[in-house]
Design a protein around this ligand. Sequence first.
Ligand SMILES: [Zn+2]
Length: 146
Amino acid sequence: MVIIEGTALITGIKGTINMVKSLKSSYDAKTITQAQSDILEHLFTLQIDALALQEKHFAIIHEKEELIKKVVQFEQWEKTESEYELQEIVSGTFVYTSKNTQQFGIPTHWLCTQCWDNRKKSILQRQYVGHMSKLICPRCKFSFNG
Ligand SMILES: [Zn+2]
């Protein structure tokens, strides 16, 4: 889309240059004045087109930067995924656990499956209420007795 518009802009500039070239061969003052007016009008149109194209160019650069960020996040998440595995800790209750906590030097912990599905790493926290305890996700507030 931007390439087509850029090509149209270049064609417009070439058209203006041709108008100037044809003006050189004309000696009639009225014709020259009319041609100058046409050229100015043409230049204003080209300037507006160039600004619109520049705006789209900046939008594409911004979009490209956002896509690069997403690719980096995606690659980081792939690394995280490779370090964890789904485990059933109680019948019907699943968490993600680190495959090898000793290798990475981090304590054993469990991750919330709901946040995991949203590509978020959220460590479940134990919360005590009297003699009972439950695990709660600080991000999505999912909890279960455990
Ligand atoms: Zn969660």
